[in-house]
Ligand binder design. Sequence first.
Ligand code: SF4
Ligand code: SF4
Length: 413
Amino acid sequence: MPTDRRRFLQGLGAFAGFLGLGNVFKYHTQTFLLRDVPTLSENQQAEWKGATVKSYRPLGATGFEISDISLGSSKLRDADIVRMAADRGINYIDTSPDYSEASSERYVGEGIKGRRDKLFIASKFCTPDGHLDVDTPVAEIMAAVEGSLQRLGTDYLDLCHIHACNSVERLMAPNFHEAFDRLKEQGKVRFLGVSSHTPQLETVLKEALDSGRFHVLMAAYHFEHWPELANIIERAHGSGVGFVAMKTLKGAYHTVLSDFTPDERTSFTQAAFKWVNGNPHVSGLVVSMWSPPQLDEYLYASGQKAGAADLALLEKYERLIAREYCRPGCGDCLGSCPAGLPIDDILRYSMYYEGYQCEREAMRDYAKLDSHRTAAVCAGCSAPCQDVCPFELPVGKKMARAHDLLSFKPTTV
Ligand code: SF4
Ligand code: SF4
């Protein structure tokens, strides 16, 4: 074994020990080779039926208390789910002009008729065609929000996020802030938020708090999260800024992990939600729901705390997917690739696509690579990159799959 590789493995062993992941190399599950990973347990329990929200928490200083498990609508296909969610006690709905192939806001609008005043509706500075650039004129940003109001059939948004905020430049883009101030004056948007789930997440969220401009932060938050995030959430809480967690299932690959028992698959989502809401500084979480069984399964975790069995389950999940993650800051394989591909970047985009469901963003980043630097060549390569990966990742296969996922095709955009 090369010295560098041994050193890296030793370093990982120490890190794994620190995390309590002593058996990190015990598992070699070939996990998720499916394109759409099901998020729902196959083993729905009778006691989940009709589950309701059991806990509400303050959303910072907005004066609103939100359901600890709330409705994300990125895959919504039916206004009835919105009605059912509200009947079950969900009072916070997260939507965006570009969700559900640009139909989410319409479904939400239909579902909230007759009960708008009891609900907190969050949308994004965005259009049905996608994110707005930082230099979008103020009038266009305001027109985009007017479009949201029209589709939602409401006079105001409770919250509007600067969407997919991957840099401080985007966070503090003057045009977004001017548009928000004018819309607030007109009574069309009440609070300003930021949503982020990129590697710059910690920097962006800290800057959002420093600026004093934001009322709510929404970010990816799950077990084994970014190291600084718990401190940022605590600081937000102390500053009267709400924190809404998203991407709480860390890829939601539990249904296809061959080393998971049926019982483990059944309780994974609830364990993950309990872990997130175990942080008292979190206002609540949003999770995509588009079917009644999801309402049953997910809401059953409302108001519950994670116990020892939940934590053990989450730790096992972490171990099982350890062989799927390309480690940030590694780069050991880069010199082995005859085509000189940016392997670490491409696998990161692929993780955004699959793990964080940031499909459009990931595909756009991939499309920016020069054509000779894409993973198109990997399918026919003997993959020397694989021999040098200290984490034994199936790099060649992952690269070929990344190319398949990330390439623009008429049917996927
Ligand atoms: S499989 Fe792809 S990334 Fe790996 S060495 Fe071959 S061309 Fe490079
Ligand atoms: S594929 Fe393996 S060797 Fe290459 S950057 Fe990722 S973790 Fe490191």
